[in-house]
Design a protein around this ligand. Structure first.
Ligand SMILES: Cc1cc2nc3c(=O)[nH]c(=O)nc-3n(C[C@H](O)[C@H](O)[C@H](O)COP(=O)(O)OP(=O)(O)OC[C@H]3O[C@@H](n4cnc5c(N)ncnc54)[C@H](O)[C@@H]3O)c2cc1C
Length: 286
């Protein structure tokens, strides 16, 4: 019978100390919506479980000096309902609202979604388009690193065994900025994405960010497409044609596979279609 040792730290500092003590045999557990499934299946059997649910002293969404910080323990439901997120960071509110069921959203945390490193993770696709940073702490200190590059493959990150994600931050988009999130699944509710897109448009800078989920081992950004947009947008005499060219180029960033949910060919087609829809809605609508 599996009987792990439980630790219930009451602050993030205590949690950092607990996971530092536990070493390789320990695992953090926040909402448990991913980890409990793996434990139940016998895929993961950590000796020590460090429960983060009582370490919520900085939980939620805060804004300071033009940046939004999401506590790692902010749930998808909290983020999706947050008034400023809904008003200014619509893609993130939509992405968090697209996670699983109401039960999953009220337990599952954004820190867990990022640490779990699924290429289909909804919040990660939105956060990638926001150029988010990941805030990390261990007994050795703190570091802040870009989300881009943090996920290395399905379930793989650059996080060391004794490190904890404390938060995720990004610049608050301007009030005139555009954003878009769309997830295509096999059904509308409780579906893992076949393809998802998170996109932002900064009209003042003439820049877009395009991130795609479920089309590569990690969430990917279509950087060449973004660069084409930035170099041509301000001077373009045919913006609808430019949008089409950018959407076609976005396909080069992805490397989808056939799986139980869809074929690679269908996913590739969806990437172009979703890129075009996002750009048309954000950039061409008056
Ligand atoms: C029925 C169901 C439907 C789902 N549907 C979706 C969906 O549509 N879209 C989607 O994106 N996800 C979905 N998920 C996955 C899941 O809900 C999310 O990934 C969730 O955000 C994970 O957060 P958690 O707090 O539950 O993580 P946990 O399960 O507690 O932990 C997950 C992993 O992250 C680590 N971890 C947790 N917190 C931290 C931290 N602060 N620092 C470092 N490591 C940490 C844990 O050690 C573990 O390895 C679904 C899950 C279920 C069960």
């Amino acid at each position: 019978m599996y009987e792990p040792v439980w630790r219930h730290p009451k602050s993030l500092d205590e949690a950092v100390a607990a996971i530092g003590d536990a070493g390789e045999s320990g695992k953090l557990i926040a909402g448990g919506t991913d980890l409990a499934v793996l434990i139940h299946k016998g895929v993961s059997r950590p000796d020590v479980l460090v429960d983060l649910s009582l370490a919520r002293e900085h939980a939620g969404v805060t804004v300071a000096e033009g940046r939004i910080e999401l506590s790692a323990l902010a749930t998808h439901a909290e983020i999706a309902a947050h008034p400023l997120v809904r008003e200014r960071v619509g893609l993130l509110a939509l992405a968090c609202a697209a996670v699983g069921s109401a039960q999953t959203r009220s337990r599952g945390t954004v820190g867990g979604n990022v640490a779990n490193a699924s290429p289909a993770a909804d919040s990660v696709t939105a956060l990638a388009a926001l150029d988010a940073d990941v805030h990390i702490q261990s007994v050795h200190g703190r570091r802040i690193i870009p989300l881009a590059g943090f996920c290395k493959g399905p379930g793989l990150t650059t996080l060391a065994g004794d490190e904890l994600i404390t938060g995720i931050s990004f610049d608050l988009p301007g009030s005139d900025a555009g954003s878009y999130y769309r997830k295509v699944g096999q059904r509308n509710a409780l579906a893992i994405a076949i393809v998802s897109v998170g996109a932002t448009f900064d009209p003042e800078a003439g820049t877009v960010r395009l991130a795609f989920g479920s089309v590569a081992p990690t969430v990917v950004r279509a950087r060449a497409a973004e660069e084409l947009f930035e170099s041509e947008w301000a001077s373009s005499k045919d913006r609808p044609a430019l949008v089409g060219a950018v959407a076609r180029l976005a396909v080069e960033a992805v490397s989808p596979i056939d799986d139980v949910r869809a074929t690679a060919e269908y996913r590739t087609m969806l990437v172009e279609t979703l890129a075009a829809s996002s750009l048309e809605e954000m950039c061409l609508r008056d």
